[in-house]
Design a protein. Sequence first.
Length: 175
Amino acid sequence: MDIIIELGKVKDIDELEQLYNHLNDHLAKGVNYPGWIKGIYPVRENAIDGVENGNLYVAKHNGKIVGSLILSQKPEPAYYKAKWEFESDYSDVFVIYTFVVHPDFLKCGVGKVLMDFSIEHGIKSQAKSIRLDVYEKNIPAIKLYEKCGFKYIDTVDLGLGNYGLDWFKLYEKLL
């Protein structure tokens, strides 16, 4: 499948919001591995912030957004409690947020292409590592991250217990 990854633009925000809603509707009908909730996360505001900060990337197939992620240098507060492989002030570390694949394109390799892009982008940007968190019961995502060479670091509470999401696994890939 031919996929182009580019920096998200203002004109992509409406389509990203639709993707988030479509994905959350899809998750609500089956096994909701990430535990996401429509109207809570991910939402339009996540896309707007990512575009404004210049760190949201979209994966397009035939001009349609089939996936997206944010590469930020701001960690969740709980990340500071973990013993990472590489000590950093986050100036040379990327954190993956809002990693989504359109439900019509699940199991088509879009997630792997986005992960590969984040690693290549990290190397080009001279980052030392890439980090992410994943809900402990999100088995498909965990399998993908491990396949892409991410190492389990720790399990932490990100403060999302109100949504039934108590524990998140932290992963890191050294570059």
